[in-house]
Design a protein around this ligand. Structure first.
Ligand SMILES: Cc1cc2nc3c(=O)[nH]c(=O)nc-3n(C[C@H](O)[C@H](O)[C@H](O)COP(=O)(O)OP(=O)(O)OC[C@H]3O[C@@H](n4cnc5c(N)ncnc54)[C@H](O)[C@@H]3O)c2cc1C
Length: 255
């Protein structure tokens, strides 16, 4: 969205292809946990700016090599984001091991249950925070010694305080060995095993760049650029800055 806006501002004719029904990408998901609503305001601001701009926005239009061949733009910017990783755990059973996105969007409502979150990065901790609203009992299993080390300091402290207040069970330096008939078997660094009985398991083990179009497009087009999470999974700030910087670079290149 930012790349399209900046390119429009610099005088390019821009079409923005989005495969979903709405713009916003992961901002739609990122704004759902508690205390994250301001991200929806950022998304809505960018949407309003696009409405006022000359950008031709095409929703429910997946971009592929056929679109590229048909339209053949002077420049192609790929900002296709990322895809969620699924953990490879023995006994993973999709009847109660649920996808992160479906829980956060409320497609699978969970209340008053014992939920184990796999991964204690910022996504996993925010998922746990979200589940506390539904009065769930939470366990988090994280391979590293700390929870959400990359989160902004104050937000991290506040979130961990809420988890501690709700008596969430936090298992750091631990990993899941197996899931077996509703029981999750974990092992800590010392090799001690523990069996945890749960109602649901939710994976929050990160995202990987989504860029299959990039290599294919490069073979048939001379000016293809990759930005945001589809280049390297990062943050909103990085995705926005890259959109802005690319627009400036292309403007200079164009003169
Ligand atoms: C739960 C959660 C919380 C987060 N919280 C934060 C936070 O607090 N702060 C922060 O900085 N970052 C946060 N992030 C990360 C942040 O959301 C991403 O880094 C950022 O959204 C990346 O922007 P992007 O435009 O590169 O990709 P995305 O936001 O993933 O957008 C990519 C878009 O491309 C579309 N698309 C993909 N393929 C095609 C195609 N072939 N044709 C057309 N459209 C296509 C997708 O539908 C999507 O709309 C969070 C992420 C998650 C999942």
């Amino acid at each position: 969205m930012q790349a399209a806006l900046a390119l429009d501002k610099h005088g390019f004719r821009v079409s923005l292809y989005e495969k979903e029904k709405q713009l916003g990408g992961l901002l739609n998901l990122a704004s759902l946990p508690p205390h994250k609503q301001q991200l929806a305001r950022l998304r809505d601001y960018l949407k309003r700016q696009l409405e006022k701009s000359g950008v031709n926005v095409l929703l429910e239009h997946p971009y592929d090599l056929k679109t590229l061949a048909d339209e053949y733009p002077d420049y192609l910017v790929i900002a296709a984001g990322s895809r969620p990783l699924r953990p490879e755990i023995k006994g993973w059973d999709e009847s109660f091991c649920l996808p992160f996105e479906h829980v956060l969007t409320g497609n699978i409502p969970i209340e008053e249950s014992h939920v184990l979150v796999v991964g204690g990065g910022s996504n996993g901790c925010e998922m746990a925070d979200f589940l506390l609203v539904g009065r769930n009992r939470i366990s988090i299993v994280e391979r590293m010694p700390y929870l959400a080390p990359d989160m902004e300091k104050k937000s991290r402290r506040d979130l961990i305080n809420r988890l501690e207040k709700a008596q969430a069970n936090i298992y750091t330096s631990a990993e899941i060995i197996e899931i077996n008939s509703g029981k999750v078997i974990i092992r800590n660094k010392q090799g001690e095993m523990k069996e945890i009985e749960v109602d649901y398991v939710i994976a929050a083990v990160g995202y990987a760049s989504n860029n299959p179009l990039y290599e294919a497009a490069q073979k048939v087009h001379h000016a293809v650029y990759l930005i945001g999470d589809s280049m390297q999974v990062g943050s909103i700030r990085e995705a926005i800055a890259q959109g802005e910087m690319l627009a400036r670079a292309l403007t200079e290149f164009n003169y």
